[in-house]
Ligand binder design. Sequence first.
Ligand SMILES: Nc1ncnc2c1ncn2[C@@H]1O[C@H](COP(=O)(O)OP(=O)(O)OP(=O)(O)O)[C@@H](O)[C@H]1O
Ligand SMILES: [Mg+2]
Length: 219
Amino acid sequence: MKEICRLENIVKKFNMGEEVTPLYNLNLTVNEGDFIIIEGPSGSGKSTLLYLIGTLLKADQGKYFFEGKNIDEYNDSGLSNIRARKIGFLFQESNLIQALTLRQNIEFVSKEKKIDSKELTDLLKKLGLDDRENFLPFQLSGGQRRRAGLARSIICKPKLILADEPTNDLDQKWSDVVMNLLVEKTKENSAVVMVTHNKDLIKFASKSYLLKDGSLKNI
Ligand SMILES: Nc1ncnc2c1ncn2[C@@H]1O[C@H](COP(=O)(O)OP(=O)(O)OP(=O)(O)O)[C@@H](O)[C@H]1O
Ligand SMILES: [Mg+2]
């Protein structure tokens, strides 16, 4: 399977008076078709890791290769390009634009790539959002906002989908729909890296890890 990205001995520190090191000598390879689930308790560094993979944060030490090229060799517009064309990010907190409707939020983020209107309609239907597409974010429930965020992260068929707690706020039925949709994407040769504190979701993964003491242990 073709490699999408690789992290080698990544160290990430934050210093807010007291130093915190959520990631320490962390290694991870993501190949096409992988469904990687990383589990870990609150504060263990899961979101930090996804930001790093999504090129929204830079590591303090270590190397990060995206499609074989060291990330340090890209300038800002090169990185924006990767984010826009190759990566779909479902953030932990809803970051829908408040002035746009659900459907406009999804169309807006993907305006560089022509999205198929029918495909979007079908996806919204699958996610139970078809009767909510003209609602503004504040008129949606937490679970509907999360599903809208998921639709936005996958509609452009990114090579790499990064999902931060995608099933939070969802009941069992919608949690299963979301997880199965992510599994479907890995069959289309995308890869998913998902982080969660919910151990029950590990059964959906092709590879699973525990984030502990800054690095990944096989589960
Ligand atoms: N921008 C930042 N500045 C300072 N410290 C940060 C920053 N982002 C994260 N941290 C710290 O890094 C640690 C890991 O945070 P992170 O958000 O990655 O955890 P998490 O595993 O995603 O937790 P949760 O399950 O609660 O979402 C925490 O101790 C947090 O306070
Ligand atoms: Mg988090």
